[in-house]
Design a protein around this ligand. Structure first.
Ligand code: ATP
Ligand code: MG
Length: 732
């Protein structure tokens, strides 16, 4: 609680004049309360008993005068408190906001948005209420007790002396109880933040909740959080009740003792009737002041806990910070270089290992590799979202770690896998790329990103609000608006992370063409798992398990017959219709699936014709673990996640499959239950082969049956030997 008062004093320092006026404005109220017993004593002893009507009238007039002053003081007090508290809270909110802007990407990765919001709402509101209501009340009570004590000295000094001697004993018990009450209050604030975080997460995750039918699970988790909060609130109430009771009881004990002493003095004739009444009244005022003081304990505890949580946030150090004397980066002209770079997330394993890489300026570089190979992390280091754990990333020889963050941001434009639109018009969203750009430039950028036609067709055109329209925009349209934003910036370095992977093939081709037009003007670093879009890059970097496995041009990498060549053959061999809604598999690509590897070319051609196209939106479950399976799936475009139920029933993520991967082939061999659940992580274009259809083909071609059964037997034997769940071609 003392911490809170200290912090409150430091927040109030810039407003010390007004704060002084606030204390001053409380003086009339205190004066009224404490002088009243004196006036009463004078009225009784000096006016009523001696029958002095003039003095009585004067004393009554003085009381009325004091009352008026009291009312004026109250008015000034309310106004001043409201103004000062509003200023202090604005300062604090701005300080937190500014601090949050400086914190690093990894801080956000490990924080729950709802918890951060709770610090901004529940915690700050507690502080605000304490400053606006409880602090003035506490000041008033303390002033009353002090003024009352001073008057007691005037009325009966012996009594006052005894009270003063006993006063230091008052806080002994409350002090012992205070730490527990503070801890309980902290726990309540955390619990309240957890509830808010769950609520926030649930709103953000509505699509997933619906798609996976998780409403029941989410409700029971939320109920658990609520039960936790109820428990914590009960505990905090009990502890602060104990603290309040101990304060009140100590205060009462002291005052009861004083009343007893005053009665003894009166019985001995040492006090006049007027003095006894004055002392009693004074003591009652002091008792009620102590009582009021204890009623602010609980709100103070709450505010102190809130303040500790806010302070925790303010104490977070940004992991990526601008060094003192950081220099501005000149526009990139030579190359971006990664030299012996290692990187690990705080407390995690090393995800980038000894990366040496040169990305030449004004060239197009594609970074490819399987999911989890470190592609996005490499970009994050280039954008200086993190600093390398070892080695350096340099722009024309300037170490990024020594450069000013603003000068780096000026040079780069980025489009991420998920694009965020702000609550403003679409034009304003694009214009964020370069706030001074004119309408014609915004339109040109939108054309470049292939979204102009669509935007012109909207009733409000570019002025359509992204918030409202955002809900109606498809993922691809949002992505193209984000791309327009990045293009408008005309950055020296354009960074794209799977920017086109969720788009249909036609739109993707349009954007790839736009990027081709920029060739030679800008440095483009594009992460993609789709090799067809990487093919024309000046340099292709193949990442594998955090290392640069290979690099070169498409031709040189194919000739090297390494990881890239393997990925290429996996992803090629599909034909997608112009509309992007139909796909076919080439017979030679089928031969790469182990089950079919022994089939003759004519049989492969007949088999290829049996595949049908299936389009699946994000979040759709293709099949569940334990379900009976009857289809083989091949991913033409898109990504699916594979999950299995763990021992405790919780789903464990197993792997991600993407373009060119196939799964579920075991269902063609025999009727078995699926060994995992598979869901679409992006919109997927799939080719499926139904067991019934496959069996029909087998019946028509006995020679196929023979070859296939041989291969199937071999495959099943191999599967039985595979003790663990294998990535790649999955025995699902
Ligand atoms: N915030 C994080 N904290 C800890 N580990 C992380 C974090 N983000 C990513 N990783 C890990 O770092 C590794 C590389 O991840 P990264 O996102 O760079 O892969 P990627 O190649 O971009 O994959 P994808 O194609 O799926 O986007 C992964 O093993 C991942 O689990
Ligand atoms: Mg990634």
């Amino acid at each position: 609680m003392l911490d809170f008062l200290k912090a409150a004093a430091s927040y109030l320092r810039p407003y010390w004049r007004q704060a002084f006026l606030i204390v001053l404005s409380q003086a009339p109220a205190t004066a009224f309360i404490t002088l009243q017993p004196l006036l009463l004593r004078a009225l009784l002893d000096d006016a009523i008993l001696p029958n002095d009507a003039t003095l009585a009238a004067l004393l009554i007039a003085a009381m009325v005068g004091l009352l008026l002053l009291h009312a004026l003081g109250d008015l000034a007090n309310h106004y001043l408190v409201a103004r000062v508290v509003a200023s202090v809270m604005s300062d604090l909110r701005l300080r937190i906001f500014t601090h949050l802007q400086r914190l690093s990407v990894s801080f956000y990765a490990r924080s729950r948005a709802g918890d951060l919001l709770a610090r901004f709402t529940t915690d700050l509101e507690g502080i605000e209420r304490a400053l606006a209501d409880e602090v003035p009340q506490a000041i008033y009570c303390i002033l009353t007790v002090l003024a009352g004590a001073a008057l007691l000295v005037v009325i009966e000094w012996r009594l006052a002396l005894v009270l003063l001697v006993l006063l230091p004993a008052l806080p002994i018990l409350p002090r012992r109880l205070a730490p527990r009450a503070a801890a309980a209050s902290d726990e309540r604030q955390h619990a309240a933040a957890r509830v808010l975080a769950s609520m926030h997460e649930n709103i953000a995750a509505q699509l997933v909740v619906r798609a996976f039918g998780l409403q029941g699970l989410m409700r029971s988790r939320f109920a658990q959080d609520l039960a936790g909060m109820s428990r914590a609130t009960g505990q905090a109430g009990l502890q602060s009740g104990l603290l309040t009771a101990s304060m009140t009881a100590s205060g009462y004990a002291l005052l009861a003792f004083a009343m007893g002493s005053a009665t003894v003095l009166a019985l001995r004739g040492a006090l006049t009737v007027g003095s006894v009444i004055a002392v009693f009244e004074l003591l009652w005022f002091m008792i009620s002041a102590v009582q009021q003081l204890s009623s602010v304990v609980e709100p103070f505890q709450r505010a102190a806990s809130g303040l500790r949580r806010v302070q925790q946030l303010l104490d977070q150090k940004p992991e990526v910070a601008e060094r003192p004397g950081a220099v501005a980066l000149p526009p990139l002209s030579g190359a971006i270089r990664f030299a012996s770079v290692d990187f690990a997330f705080p407390g995690g394993e090393t995800v980038l290992k000894n990366v040496d890489l040169t990305l030449p300026a004004r060239r197009t570089v594609a970074i490819v590799g399987q999911s989890g190979s470190g592609k996005s992390t490499l970009l994050a280091l280039l954008l200086r979202f993190h600093d390398p754990t070892r080695g350096t990333v340099t722009f024309d020889g300037h170490d990024l770690a020594q450069a000013s963050l603003a000068s780096l941001a000026l040079q780069v434009g980025a489009v991420f896998q998920e694009s965020f639109l702000f609550d403003a018009s679409i034009a304003e969203n694009i214009r964020l790329g370069r706030p001074e750009a004119g309408d014609a430039e915004v339109e040109a950028a939108a054309r470049g990103a292939g979204i102009h036609e669509f935007l012109s067709g909207l009733p409000l055109g570019y002025r359509a609000p992204a918030g409202e329209a955002g809900a109606r925009l498809s993922g691809g349209q949002r992505q193209r608006i984000a791309l327009a934003r990045a293009l408008l910036r005309r950055p020296a370095v354009l960074v794209l992370d799977e920017a086109t992977s969720a788009l249909d093939s036609e739109t993707e081709a349009g954007i790839v063409a736009t990027l081709k037009d920029l060739h030679g003007q800008q440095t483009i670093v594009s992460v993609t798992h789709r090799l067809a879009t990487a093919r024309d890059a000046d340099l292709i970097v193949v990442m594998s398990e955090g290392r640069v496995a290979e690099q070169g041009t498409h031709e040189s990498l194919l000739a090297a017959k390494g990881v890239y060549a393997r990925l290429w053959s996996q992803q090629s061999g599909f034909v997608i219709s112009a509309s992007g809604h139909h796909a076919a598999i080439e017979p030679r690509r089928l031969a790469a699936i182990p089950l079919f590897s022994l089939l003759a070319p004519d049989l492969l051609a007949r088999l290829a014709a049996c595949f049908t196209t299936m389009e699946v939106p994000t979040g759709r479950t293709l099949f569940e673990e334990d379900e009976r399976g009857d289809m083989l799936y091949v991913i033409v475009r898109g990504r699916v996640g594979v999950a299995r139920r763990g021992p405790a029933g919780a789903e464990l993520h197993v792997s991600v499959l993407e373009d060119g991967d196939f799964f579920g082939e075991i269902a063609l061999l025999e009727e078995v239950r699926r060994t995992a659940t598979v869901r679409a992580l992006t919109p997927c274009l799939l080719l499926v082969l139904d067991r019934g259809e496959f069996r029909d083909l087998l019946a028509q071609a006995p020679e196929l049956r023979k070859v296939f059964e041989g291969a199937a037997q071999a495959r099943l034997t191999a599967l039985c030997d595979e003790s663990a769940f294998l990535p790649g071609p999955l025995p699902l």
